[in-house]
Design a protein around this ligand. Structure first.
Ligand code: PTJ
Length: 249
């Protein structure tokens, strides 16, 4: 039990959630390490959503809402940390949710599917009916025929670089959440949200609710057209450098 008075309360709650996800067979042991890497970058960001991350989230939402065949690809960490928000996004947009794991096992896929169903996600694609994509050196190459394979817009939070690059090469629009603005995923994607995944998904759900309420077609097209991912990544990187300079003083 973590006291709300603890200065690192929010961070400790996330750690507990992830350890719980690991003990329930949803997140992998490697996922715990990956989360630690994310935490280090979040520390440099001041553990808050920056203006550039908020803008990237809005643009990612614009892509999801205007796509013909969008898909949200989740791994063990994302399913553990934001199942409620995944379900909300799914309900608002109708986006199918595909389970695609770096360290796959039939048992973990089933556990994640049950977990997402329990939160109200209706359309869960398990990847059991898969096609192998080229240029990916991990099991993440196996993508669902009705999900990533036919999607024009693929949302891959907490991705590894290989697949993001391969999906971009296939001409797909790639959206991601990654606290590391220097990662191959961050650079290869069309839109990178440099933010902690729980904050990013909360914002994404609010934007989806807002833009779904009435016709915003023109605004959504403009958001997509004006966005430059590399410039946006540079803004996050500059923020980290600024904070490092102020900590060094
Ligand atoms: O469940 P599986 O088997 O698919 O495994 C999932 C992990 C996360 C282990 C796998 O995809 C992996 O190894 O990922 P990487 O290559 O470590 O990349 C994860 C990226 O996400 C890194 O750049 C981290 O900085 C970033 N990251 C980690 N936790 C968060 C995060 N970004 C946003 N929010 C987080 N909570």
């Amino acid at each position: 039990m973590v006291s709300e008075e603890h200065p690192r309360y929010a961070s400790l709650v996330l750690r507990n959630k992830l350890v719980d996800g690991y003990e329930r067979g949803i997140a992998s042991a490697h996922g715990l390490i990956a989360h630690g890497r994310g935490e280090a970058f979040d520390y440099l960001l001041g553990e808050q959503t920056s203006e550039s991350a908020r803008n990237a989230t809005k643009v990612a939402c614009a892509h999801l809402l205007t796509a013909n065949h969008p898909v949200l690809s989740v791994n063990g960490n994302t399913a553990t940390l934001v199942p409620g928000e995944i379900a909300e996004l799914h309900a608002i947009t109708g986006i199918p949710v595909e389970i695609n794991l770096f360290h796959p096992s039939a048992q973990r896929i089933e556990r994640i599917a049950d977990h997402l169903h329990a939160y109200g996600v209706v359309n869960v694609l398990t990847g059991f009916d898969f096609i192998k994509l080229a240029h990916i050196a991990s099991d993440r190459a196996n993508v669902d025929k009705n999900g990533t394979f036919k999607a024009d817009v693929v949302f891959v939070p907490l991705e590894d670089g290989d697949r993001a690059q391969a999906l971009a090469k296939l001409g797909k629009t790639v959206l991601t959440v990654d606290l590391n603005p220097l990662s191959r995923t961050a650079v290869a994607s069309t839109v990178t949200i440099v933010d902690e995944v729980t904050r990013a998904f909360k914002n994404l759900v609010s934007f989806a609710q807002h833009f779904k309420s009435e016709s915003h077609e023109y605004e959504l097209d403009l958001l997509k057209a004006r966005f430059d991912n590399i410039e946006n990544l540079k803004a996050s990187y500059a923020l980290m450098q600024k904070r490092l300079r102020s900590l060094a003083r």
